[in-house]
Design a protein around this ligand. Structure first.
Ligand code: ZN
Length: 291
């Protein structure tokens, strides 16, 4: 049985979810940030589990909203086994670089939003191969180099942020693109690979179950296409953000800045910077090739 625990990040429901794969050795897919460990514990209790009942933590990627709590969880429960892509593994063991990169992106808002990132002892860390706990492990880079999707034998996928985020009540699909390692062709390819798998359900951390896989993949591509046109067309950060806010409102997502000023995170401005960096670099490489 699979259950969804809402860690109620920042006290808000529907922002960060953790899927609990129940069985003789319960496993979590992602764990949320350190700032919502209490929410995770509370959510586990509601489904009659203690943290110490959980045996495995499967990380889709190591961004702080997905994996930030791993070190704190292992500190509280040293039997917890953490499974992560080989590129992510060293940064889970020593989060110094991860913290630096997060600080560059989030600045002063990082700690209030996510808390700290504690290291995971090396002996608890396992590098993912092509299968883990009866799940296929499919690399889905693009949003992050080291992101993977876990896919069960029934066609249910846990793709992390590879297919974007859906927050709140509305339909606005946000393929957050803030990281310095945004790679658009890799992202497109990851979407192709997911499409080829004939999946029947996505379970996404932001947030919940998405039964119409085909439509969702189409919408992810569509949004990334709109963004590409904006950024390549020379839109400024303000123009980019304005389009995002317009689309968000048009699709019925309620955003109450008083309640949660940091949602969406990373902000549209941060995604713009990630995309701009990617497209500037791609253009420079192409120009060098022409010379
Ligand atoms: Zn992410």
């Amino acid at each position: 049985m699979v259950r969804l625990v809402d860690v109620e990040h920042g006290g808000i429901p529907g922002v960060i979810g953790v899927f609990v794969l129940d069985g003789p050795e319960p496993a979590l897919v992602d764990c949320g940030p350190t700032s919502s460990v209490e929410g995770l514990r509370r959510g586990l209790k509601e489904i009659e589990l203690e943290l110490t009942d959980v045996r495995h933590l499967l990380l889709t990627h190591i961004h702080p909203d997905h994996a930030g709590a791993a070190g704190e969880l292992v500190r509280c429960h040293p039997g917890l086994q953490v499974h992560v892509h080989e590129i992510g593994a060293p940064h889970v063991v020593d989060p110094t670089r991860l913290l630096k990169s997060a600080a560059r992106i989030y600045g002063d808002s990082f700690t209030p939003l996510f808390g700290t990132i504690a290291p995971v002892p090396e002996e608890n860390v396992h590098v993912l191969s092509s299968r883990v706990l009866d799940l296929d492990v499919l690399p889905v880079p693009g949003h992050a180099y080291h992101q993977v999707a876990f896919i069960d034998d029934e066609g249910v996928a846990y793709p992390g942020d590879a297919v974007g985020c859906l927050w709140g009540e509305g339909e606005f699909l946000y393929p957050a693109a803030a990281a310095p390692e945004i790679d658009m062709p890799a992202w497109e390819h990851a979407l192709d690979e997911l499409e080829d798998r004939d999946l029947k359900l996505f379970r996404i951390p932001h947030f919940g179950e998405v039964p119409d896989v085909e439509r969702h993949l189409h919408r992810t591509r569509e949004r990334l296409g709109v963004w590409r046109d904006l950024v390549e067309g020379g839109a400024t950060v303000d123009e980019f953000a304005a389009v995002c806010w317009r689309d968000l409102r048009a699709e019925g997502t309620v955003h109450d800045e008083e309640v949660f000023p940091t949602l969406p995170f990373p902000s549209f401005e941060m995604s713009y910077i990630g995309l701009k960096r990617y497209y500037d670099k791609a253009r420079e490489t192409a120009e060098r090739g022409d010379e």
